[in-house]
Design a protein around this ligand. Sequence first.
Ligand SMILES: NC(=O)c1ccc[n+]([C@@H]2O[C@H](COP(=O)([O-])OP(=O)(O)OC[C@H]3O[C@@H](n4cnc5c(N)ncnc54)[C@H](OP(=O)(O)O)[C@@H]3O)[C@@H](O)[C@H]2O)c1
Length: 265
Amino acid sequence: MSNNKKNVLFIGAGRMAQALIEGLNKNKFAILVGNNGNEERLQEVRETYDVETTDNWHQHVSKMDIIILAMPPESHDPILVELAELIHGQLVITVAAGIDPSYLESKLPKGTPVAWIMPNTAAKLGKSMTLYALGQHVNQEQQVWIEALISGIGEFEQVTQQQIHELTAVTGSAPAFIYRVAEALEKITLESGVTTEQARKLVANMIAGSAEMLKTNADPAELADEVATPGGSTAAGLEVLDTNHLDHLMIDAIEACRQKAMVQD
Ligand SMILES: NC(=O)c1ccc[n+]([C@@H]2O[C@H](COP(=O)([O-])OP(=O)(O)OC[C@H]3O[C@@H](n4cnc5c(N)ncnc54)[C@H](OP(=O)(O)O)[C@@H]3O)[C@@H](O)[C@H]2O)c1
């Protein structure tokens, strides 16, 4: 291991850990992966990503610069108790829903730098829209490490922990809403006699193109106007959506996600 590389320990070797590992620059980070005892999974991670694994992460903590908790929220408490005994100022990051920096700080020794990153499932394609929030003791260099880590899985934005609580419904859950829209459009496309493959291609590329237009920072209302000539066919379709209050439906769906997350936290 070269000296200027940062040593990163992943505790958790599942989907999110693997997406992050795949995106990480191996020239900057030396990666070690531990988990809850599933040796088959560690072997797969070792072979797929050419990283080191351990069946006893505890004994490596003291040499680490960064510890990433990539496991379910409910596994955090016992691990944080163990970590609190082992760490001496290393950066601790979680990717778990509901485990915010204040919570990590309350469980770890005073002064521990902590961060919360919230990717979405597109991380596995390097297309996540990731939110992150910092605890009180993260220095500038550590923030650079965090951004290097999450830049490998897509775009990111720094926000407050309260904003992550509120906005996970948008960046994390709303992709499922878009998939529902895609499902409905696919069904109606199939009625024209094209194959499933063709229908999927038409709908996926239509959504991808629309997303690219949005990414130019254009106003969505103006983009809709651009498509819809007044009195034309698209305008007739938009009127159906507006009359049926698509905006209210979205607000209710986002609100339902938030309410559920609050009960679970
Ligand atoms: N998947 C996503 O798109 C996504 C998006 C945002 C946030 N997240 C968050 O990311 C975290 C991980 O999700 P995932 O999808 O990667 O889950 P996953 O594929 O089910 O993997 C979970 C990993 O956690 C390990 N683990 C569980 N309990 C542990 C313990 N006590 N000690 C050590 N390791 C433990 C498991 O070990 P074994 O290998 O031994 O089973 C496994 O490697 C969750 O908190 C989730 O909320 C996921």
